[in-house]
Each structure stands twice: as structure tokens, then as C-alpha cells.
Design a protein around this ligand. Structure first.
Ligand code: NAD
Length: 503
């Protein structure tokens, strides 16, 4: 249930944000400064002091020392769990503060952060602690002379690079398994939204995660992020962000032959057949594109509607969009808040002219939301595209911007859905089981949602086909990514070895 009450209290972000290294808060003096801006009113809420190569080096060295010289990676799991759970209790006690800071920083409605995302953060830790508790190796005894067994060991120092659309919940989905399996961590939040993740890491340390086990650096991607990915002390890199950045991160990590996991962008098809439940399909399509202010990798941003219902469906969609409440993200009635930062707002808005210039029809929105002089408020937007070749069908816009396409047959829908470089998720709405099966089997995506929007089942793999990523988040995926497998072979009885070197 989403808590739609007004905020019980207000909280002030830390005035300066930089690094947290070996439990030391503050970082080095000097350096490039970035104002942290509230997207709702354009007021500066904090100052980010960028960490350069020197501070990144200190963070990686702290994580390296915690991994190589403390008992953290070898702790009995019960002990590690107890430490993490104590820290989580401390985080839980600051849930309202974290939600408030995340709202100030991202512009996502507070009720949504309090109702959904804070719970997600805590559940991520609970879930991956259970995964670590039940993880098991393998034994092989097919050769009766030997027993061979496979164990899992932590990999080492994990670099986790987070995006700005959902900083805490997405980063915690990686921090939790990394720590649960005994790795040490250096986190880099997005320079656009550093506040809540900074505070989360600070709270984890205050709550008792040992010095050096979790560290944080802040700054721009090509400066701080690049120094972190390149650092020879980092063993694995998990990146959640845009596809082009992912490409350069993979190239950089390849030089050090580091393990890499990439959760990248999407341009997902939401296919609505004439026999779909009309209300569910409409509600699902609206949620699929406009939740989280439209800034989500798994958005159903291309809405494919079967021709016989297209006119009616699009008309009903547009009517509902006109009634979406755009407003202050602290207001419990708000459904869409401001976009996370100005440059992004301008980029999303620029797609209106791009779409119309290529022959699309603007259906609704496409302008600054009326009544707001300040803040990155965009009216929820939808266009109808004549062809899937348009840029609005091929490029990830990452805002409250839906693109409609019309199709005739099941095979057309599958073909259009797959005509993209992305492959993150796909949605299909139909009451015909054969259609649901054909489409879900035909879509080249890591996840398919049939008659259900945005159901993130954490136990099941989540990740992308094609340019939407490499690797999967899940129980098994975490075990695979955050541990190394070791095969050990031991003879069962004394061996008679072949002798060489006897002349
Ligand atoms: P981004 O690629 O701009 O940045 C992500 C992070 O990488 C930030 O911390 C940034 O500072 C850092 N970074 C940027 N350039 C870097 C470089 N050269 N070297 C090292 N680090 C660098 O992404 P974003 O704009 O913050 O997030 C939006 C994107 O993230 C969208 O494309 C969205 O689809 C994707 N995303 C994917 C998932 C998923 O699970 N697949 C989830 C959320 C967001």
C-alpha cells in the first residue's frame, strides 16, 4: 500500500557531499564543485565536491584493505548477517528521512518513495541475506577415486555505479548481494542525485558496517566513475545506467579483465490486442509509461495497439492523461513530479519537435505543465507514430512520453516489438492464451509481462537481451556475479601415481 499522507516532518540534506572512505566522512579538500538542485523549485539543496583519481584511489584502497586484511570476507555468515541486520535497523529508523531526501533530489512523488522504494531497499537486504544463507555448492563423485566439490568465495572489491532515476533502490539491489556474499564495495551515485544514496551509505556505516567494507565516491561519470572503473584494485563492476555509457564502461573494465554486469536502457513494447480487458490494458499502459515520472528503464514506452480498437483506446488514453495530476512531489495528490534535472527535461521536451518533424501526431502534452514557472514540470505526453523507424520509436526518451504505433496481426506486433536495439522487457495484453504464448515466446526481451505491468519478481532473473545489458539480477544471478566458484578435488583413498623421471 502506498502511504499517501503528507510528510510528517521535513529533513535537511547534508550541506556538502563528497566521499566516505574507510568510515571517514568528508574526503579531501578542494576540487570541482557541483550544485545539487531540487528539480521541483530549482533551489540548491547541497553541494557535491567531486572526488578525483586520488580520492577514488583512497576509496578502493580502503575497500581492498577491508577485503584482504580483515575477517569480513571469511566471517561465519551468521555473524555477517547480524552486522548487516543491525545496520539495517538503523536505516529503518531513518526511513522517513531517506524518503524525503530522495524526493527532494529526484522529484519522484514522496508517497511513492515511502510506499514502495524504501520498502524495496530494506527487502533487498533481507532477500539477499536469505539467498546467501541458502546458497550451496556442488559435489561430483562420478569418478569413484575422487571427490570434487565446488565452493563459492567472494570476488573482492565491487564498484557499483548507480543511475539517477531510482538511486537508493537500484543501488541497494547491488550493495545487498555484494555485502551478503562477503565482498567489499565502492559505490558511486549519479552526480545528478547523490543525496539519498550518500545518506544511505552513511547510515549503514553508522549502523555498524565495518570501516572500509562500504565506501562511496561522488562526481561526474567521466571523472570519478571512469577512475573507479579503471582502478586496478577493483575486481568487478556493476553498472546501472545508459547503454552508451555501458559500452564505454565495458571497454574500460575489459582492460583489467574485470567481471562486468550491465543493466542498461530499454524501449519496450506494450502490445494491446483487441481482445484485451479494456480497463486493465488502459490502466497498465498508463502505469507502464508514466510511473516514476516516466523515468524508468522498464517503461512501456512504445504502445502498440491493434487497429480495430486503436482509435477508441487512444482516445480513452488521452482523456486519462489529461487528468493526471502533475505537481509538487511532496504533495500526496501528485502523480507525476518534475523530471530529475533541467538538461534532462529539455532533452525529453526536444523529442516533441523531433517526433512531429518526422511525421508523428502529437496527441497530448508536449509542453511545460501549465501553472509552473519553475521546476522541471512536463505535461505527460503521447504521440502517434506512422512507423517504428522514427527516432521516438528507436531512442530511449526516459520521460513521461508515450509513442503509439498501430498494428494488424500478431506477427506484425512481434516484428515491430523486436525492431529495436534494446531488449529489456515486453508487455502483452490479451485474453487469448494462444496470443499471449506466441507473443511472449516471440519477444526478444529479458522479461515479459502478460496482462500485468511492472511486476518485479526479485527471485527471477531481470536483465536485458541485446543492448539492454549483460547478466541478470536474481538469486542465482547474484550468486554467480558476486562470488567466484572454486573447484577442489581430493582423492578418496591413497593414489597409485604414475611415476616419471625415473630414467
Ligand atoms: P548514465 O549512464 O548517464 O549514468 C549512470 C552512472 O554512470 C552515473 O553514476 C554516472 O555518473 C556514471 N557514468 C557516466 N559516465 C561514466 C563513465 N564514462 N565512466 C564511469 N561512470 C560513468 O545513466 P543515467 O542517465 O544516470 O540513468 C539513466 C539510464 O539508466 C537509462 O538509460 C535507463 O534505462 C538506465 N537504467 C537501467 C536500469 C536497468 O535495470 N536496466 C535501471 C535504471 C536505469
Amino acid at each position: 500500500m502506498s502511504d499517501r499522507s503528507s510528510p510528517a516532518a521535513t529533513f535537511t540534506p547534508p550541506p556538502r557531499i563528497s566521499s566516505i572512505v574507510g568510515g571517514r566522512i568528508g574526503g579531501l579538500a578542494g576540487g570541482f564543485e557541483i550544485p545539487v538542485i531540487n528539480p521541483a523549485n530549482e533551489a540548491q539543496i547541497s553541494t557535491l565536491r567531486e572526488d578525483g583519481a586520488e580520492e577514488v584511489d583512497a576509496a578502493v584502497r580502503a575497500a581492498r584493505a577491508a577485503f584482504d586484511t580483515t575477517d569480513w570476507p571469511k566471517l561465519e555468515l551468521g555473524e555477517r548477517k547480524a552486522i548487516i541486520r543491525r545496520a539495517l535497523d538503523h536505516v529503518r529508523g531513518h526511513a522517513d528521512e531517506l524518503a524525503y531526501l530522495d524526493c527532494l533530489d529526484t522529484g519522484v512523488p514522496l508517497w511513492d518513495i515511502r510506499g514502495r522504494k524504501i520498502g524495496r531497499v530494506l527487502e533487498n537486504f533481507d532477500f539477499f541475506l536469505e539467498v546467501a544463507s541458502t546458497a550451496a555448492g556442488q559435489t561430483f563423485q562420478q569418478n569413484p577415486k575422487y571427490i570434487t566439490y565446488v565452493t563459492h568465495e567472494p570476488v573482492g572489491v565491487a564498484a557499483i555505479l548507480a543511475p539517477w532515476n531510482s538511486p537508493m533502490s537500484l543501488a541497494s539491489m547491488q550493495i545487498a548481494p555484494a555485502l551478503a556474499f562477503g565482498n567489499t564495495v565502492v559505490v558511486k551515485p549519479s552526480e545528478q542525485t547523490p543525496v539519498s544514496l550518500y545518506r544511505l551509505v552513511e547510515l549503514l556505516i553508522e549502523g555498524g558496517i565495518p570501516a572500509g567494507v562500504i565506501n562511496l565516491v561522488n562526481g561526474r561519470g567521466p571523472v570519478t566513475g571512469a577512475a573507479l572503473v579503471e582502478h586496478p584494485g577493483v575486481d568487478l563492476v556493476k553498472f546501472i545506467g545508459g547503454t552508451e555509457t555501458g559500452r564505454s564502461i565495458m571497454a574500460s573494465a575489459a582492460k583489467g579483465l574485470k567481471k562486468v554486469g550491465l543493466e542498461l536502457g530499454g524501449k519496450s513494447a506494450n502490445i494491446i490486442f483487441a481482445d484485451a480487458d479494456p480497463e486493465d490494458a488502459l490502466n497498465g499502459a498508463l502505469l507502464g509509461i508514466y510511473s516514476n515520472n516516466g523515468q524508468q528503464c522498464l517503461a512501456g514506452s512504445r504502445i502498440l495497439v491493434q487497429r480495430s480498437i486503436a482509435e477508441d483506446f487512444i482516445a480513452r488514453f488521452v482523456e486519462r492523461v489529461k487528468k493526471i495530476r502533475v505537481g509538487d512531489p511532496l504533495d500526496p495528490k501528485t502523480e507525476i513530479g518534475p523530471l530529475a534535472f533541467k538538461q534532462h527535461y529539455e532533452r525529453v521536451l526536444s523529442y516533441v519537435d523531433i517526433a512531429v518533424g518526422q511525421g508523428a501526431k502529437l496527441l497530448v502534452g508536449g509542453e511545460r505543465a501549465p501553472g509552473f514557472e519553475k521546476g522541471n514540470y512536463l505535461s505527460p505526453t503521447a504521440v502517434l507514430a506512422p512507423s517504428n523507424d522514427l527516432r521516438v520509436c528507436q531512442e530511449e526518451i526516459f520521460g513521461p512520453f508515450a509513442t503509439f504505433l498501430i498494428f494488424d496481426e500478431v506477427e506484425d506486433a512481434i516484428r515491430i516489438a523486436n525492431e529495436t536495439k534494446f531488449g529489456l522487457v515486453g508487455y502483452v495484453w490479451t485474453q487469448n492464451i494462444d496470443t499471449a504464448m506466441r507473443v511472449s515466446q516471440g519477444m526478444r526481451t529479458g522479461t515479459v509481462w502478460v496482462n500485468s505491468p511492472l511486476v518485479r519478481e526479485v527471485r527471477a532473473p531481470f536483465g536485458g537481451f541485446k543492448e539492454s545489458g549483460i547478466g541478470r539480477d536474481s538469486a542465482m544471478g547474484a550468486l554467480e556475479f558476486y562470488t567466484e566458484e572454486k573447484t577442489t578435488t581430493i582423492p578418496i583413498e591413497k593414489l597409485t601415481l604414475r611415476k616419471i623421471g625415473l630414467g
